[in-house]
Design a protein around this ligand. Sequence first.
Ligand code: SF4
Length: 812
Amino acid sequence: MDSRCLQHARNREASTKPYNGSQSFPNARHSMSEPTTCIPAVNASPASAPPSGARTIWNHCAANCGGRCALRFDIEADRVTRVGSCAAETPDGTPLPQACVRGRRMLAWAESPLRLKWPLKRTGPRGSGLYERITWDEAIDIASSKLRDAIDRFGNDAVFIAYGTNANCTTARPFNRLMNCLGGYLSRYNDYSCAQATWAAKYCFGMKPDDGSSFEQAFSADLVIAFGANPTVANDGGANIGAQWRRLAKQEGTRIIVIDPRKTESIMNNVEWLPITPGTDAALVAAIAWELIQKNAVDLDFLHAYCVGFDEATMPEAFRGKHMSYHDYVTGEGYDRIAKTPEWAEGICGIAASDIRSLAHSIADARRLHVLSGWGPQRRSNGEWSAWAAMALPCLVGHVGLEGTSNGLYPWHHRVLSSSLPAGRNPVAASIPVFETIHAIEHGEEMTSENSGVRGARRLEHGIKYLINYAGNSLTNQHSDVRHSHEVLADESKCEFILGIDTVMCDSLKYADVIFPDLLRIEQQSQTSGGADWGHIVTGQPVPTHRDEQKSAYEMARLMAASLGVEQEFTLGRTEGDWIRALYDETREQQPELGLPEFEEAQRVGIVSVWRGPHVALKAFRESPDEHPLATASGKIELFSEAILRDTAGWELREGDTLACLSTLAPIPAYIPEWADAGIPNAEMPLRLTGFHDRARIHSSWGFDEKLKSMFPQVVWMNANDAAKCGIADGNRVLVRNHQGEVCLPAKLTSDIVEGTVAISQGAWYDAQHIGGREVDFGGCINTLTVYRPSPLAKGNPQHTNICRITKLKAK
Ligand code: SF4
């Protein structure tokens, strides 16, 4: 246990004291030898005495950022007078899920003029947004009868539940349960965030992409290297690592280097920025490996004991003598026969060879190296290999499984504590990568395991014919190539019926044939859990807001279940409130070591915090690899993956999916140049275009919020030197265009982005207008410009791999 953790343990003892009117739980344990405990969180009272009849209730933010933050509502005369949150931490240092500025806009969301009020039926073409009001009886009847018809004509595997992100709570998936009561549905795997890292982590460590060490471990490191991580923006909010990052940035004795094409807000205080050409992280790692090998600074004892594929001595039997190890790739003895020297990498990464050497020497000299990755670098055409390279880096010097280290994965966080509404068993075996959803509508019958990553079946029998889109905007706005998605979704002969469920009319919802208006989670009884070393459960009660005819998603699914004759199977006789309590009780029963309070007490205090850390990734494996083998094919860390070659044998590869010298996917964490037609600048499209997260939105959530839009305007970041070549000044409106589409935005000129690369934050709402026969997006949605081509291994989203041209718009 490092010193900070000791401090936490000591603080926990102090935290049992009554605080702000809350009381400690009698069954809480607080000894350092029993590291789990449960405390009541800050049940904060208003600074002054509340008027009589006033009350405070808690609920939670349900956005998909991992925060799961607590929201506090002060209420008088059944009206909310103030929206707040908890403190960032208790006085004794326990982190709490403090909401960010977006979460505090949740009431504004509830009261937005864009709020959907009653059920709607489409009257114009799909995408037109033309609807008429219908009754709930009509809406349930249409949605249910169309579902029955689709199942009867095509089978359950023609029904699909689209990717949705804005309903993180324990009862968030009622439509999955409904479908399983009806015989199942075509399921999906991956997500839009981290598909490439997911598969790289699986093959390298047999782990998940957020199976890094707790971020608290970084405080014990003397060198922290972060690939594309921007925790103070992408992971802000009390339950994430943003606050920890700010503390670390000020810590003396810890050198922190962020490798990123943009100088982000997290590059603060002592943090150093190492600017890199996007998509080239694996080349940088290869050059570091070269330098470490030349200086005999690789930890061969570690590599030989714990890893497969670093060099000839650790290659699988069938691949010995073929120069297929990572070592031979780096030294140029194998694969493309190019030595991966710092000079070689300089021309690719845009980092001076001397700086690469210097970084390698710092890594070699580090007492404790802590490597972590955000997920931006892996949302690329070569993202699986970029992510894998970041995982390989600490292994080269043996800095994994030890206090203070991490393994190149995202920090261990938001482990969900609570049980969730059981979806039941899905009898349909087939599943598709989520990024293939539009393809599965367009030509599902052509999709196979070899060409599209179909799992559980050799091929799909037909395309998606009935689609449920609940709390998601990834049919168009968050999916690549919006115009293409529009064409596919507008064709009613393909997907015959789309049921949309949401709170506001986002772009994807405009393709729904029938819309059910949803309640926000703050308007319902709800419960969620998240956190990291300190986990938390937030138990929410309904906040009084103006209601029209909205219903909860659970109630909608129940009504459809009743209409389709499976109500009892769906509900088991329970209301949603009954489920929330039962799921919480199940959590208490299954994890007695957490010492969770009774449900009533959890509801009274609003937030319950639970100590679960510290977590050192790969610790057990490092201590005893035979007793704790990894879930990889070899049980070891794999820097050469025979499993990738085996699992992808026969797959159809496209130009640029692998090294030019290979006919298979690369089985090592090599640098794969990005797709030439989508990721390498040329005379027609001279700039790289990448995306990022900003503070205005979580994905596309809050994309309609005018206040957040004015606080964080949508712009295109452009290096001042690039802008000068095009005669563009700061604030000029520019046209960003490529073969996918055109976006009109103000330019933000800055030296905080590498030359040759421009950047647009993701999630802005698509707002296309027709001008002179052209369709121009004035909303600034980056997916107007992104290419729809799945990444080679994960079949994930490569939305950061783009090229474009930028021109200044004339005044009018
Ligand atoms: S958007 Fe994320 S950080 Fe902000 S309040 Fe919601 S869950 Fe918390």
